[in-house]
Design a protein around this ligand. Structure first.
Ligand SMILES: C[C@@](CO)(OP(=O)(O)O)[C@H](O)COP(=O)(O)OP(=O)(O)OC[C@H]1O[C@@H](n2ccc(N)nc2=O)[C@H](O)[C@@H]1O
Ligand SMILES: Nc1ncnc2c1ncn2[C@@H]1O[C@H](COP(=O)(O)OP(=O)(O)O)[C@@H](O)[C@H]1O
Length: 276
């Protein structure tokens, strides 16, 4: 039997860094959504795990045991022959590797392995538990405290200036670690515009250190802000991928075409959130 599992990109709509633990990991308060763009993991049982990587970003990821797909298969204790079709730019703040790991854990469970709990999956990376859920979530702790949220459908353009950014380096550059969390009780948002109005008052605390490290992030944010119909712009995760939100998918599609035309070396995609 062969299974194919979609590994959707994760977008940090907000990302507040509210503290730091003694082990160095940071405490977060983040609204996370998943979109209709991603990698694909194809898996079948095998005597020994093996991986081949295909797709436009195949060259950006390791094929040895350090690949999160192989680490996930090992954690599941279920050897598989795996193909990773890589469409998401690596080290880009949209959780591609974590989504691949979560998809591999799902594939193993569908093939008959004992499901791996979110607590154990955290060992693969702070973003893996939320990627296992792949639904809109408020994510706190270091990524391990998850609470489902209802958010209206969102349409966006993602821009990655094709510069890889190291998550740990960006965290290290963050000057203030005790930033304000989101409000304890989140509002109810009747529609996309109300949500965007509120989201504009929140932040990504990693944006400032990422811009200092990688000036291309500022260029991506500026280009997105100038796109016709862009309602708000922000960076996702530790960067360098940035997004702009639009009123509908058509507006996002048009803006993506224009941005791609003006910046042919960037990775530019329109996307919509997956339902909760
Ligand atoms: C920042 C976020 C926001 O969603 O996204 P990305 O930029 O990676 O997409 C995540 O917390 C990243 O999760 P993930 O990429 O799985 O992180 P890990 O592999 O566990 O950790 C990589 C490094 O990031 C730092 N790190 C990560 C998570 C966290 N809560 N605090 C941290 O300080 C640590 O320096 C760690 O060594
Ligand atoms: N399947 C994978 N896809 C992407 N990166 C991977 C994968 N497996 C291991 N990695 C490594 O994980 C690191 C973070 O990758 P990724 O999850 O894409 O970052 P981000 O969460 O910032 O988007 C990179 O250094 C990359 O080499």
């Amino acid at each position: 039997m062969t299974v194919k599992v979609f590994a959707p990109a994760k977008i940090n709509l907000s990302l507040h860094v509210t503290g730091q633990r003694e082990d160095g990991y940071h405490l977060l308060d983040s609204l996370v959504a998943f979109v209709d763009l991603g990698d694909q993991v194809t898996a079948r049982p095998a005597a020994q795990s093996q991986l081949s990587v295909t797709g436009p970003f195949a060259e950006g990821v390791p094929t040895d045991g350090s690949n999160l797909v192989l680490r996930a298969a090992a954690l599941a204790g279920y050897p598989m022959s795996l193909v990773l079709d890589k469409h998401l730019p690596p080290s880009s703040g949209i959780g591609g590797g974590s989504a691949d790991a979560a998809a591999t854990l799902r594939a193993a469970a569908r093939l008959g392995a004992d499901p791996v709990t979110a607590e154990r999956a955290l060992a693969l990376g702070a973003d893996v538990p939320v990627c296992l859920r792949s639904k809109p979530m408020r994510m706190r702790g270091i990524g391990d405290v998850l609470e489902p949220v209802f958010i209206p459908a969102l349409h966006m353009v993602l821009v990655n200036p094709k510069v890889e950014v190291s998550t740990s380096v960006v965290f290290k550059r963050l000057e203030r670690k005790d930033n304000m969390a989101m409000p304890d009780l989140l509002p109810r948002w009747p529609d996309t515009l109300a949500f965007v109005d509120w989201l504009s008052t929140q932040r990504n605390d990693l944006e400032e250190p990422a811009v200092k490290l990688v000036p291309e992030v500022a260029a991506a944010l500026a280009a997105l802000a100038l796109a016709p119909g862009a309602l708000m712009v922000r960076m996702s995760g530790s960067g360098a991928t940035c997004f702009a939100l639009f009123a509908d998918r058509y507006a996002a599609d048009v803006a993506a075409l224009q941005l791609a035309e003006g910046n042919p070396w960037w990775w530019v995609r329109s996307a919509s959130t997956l339902p909760g």
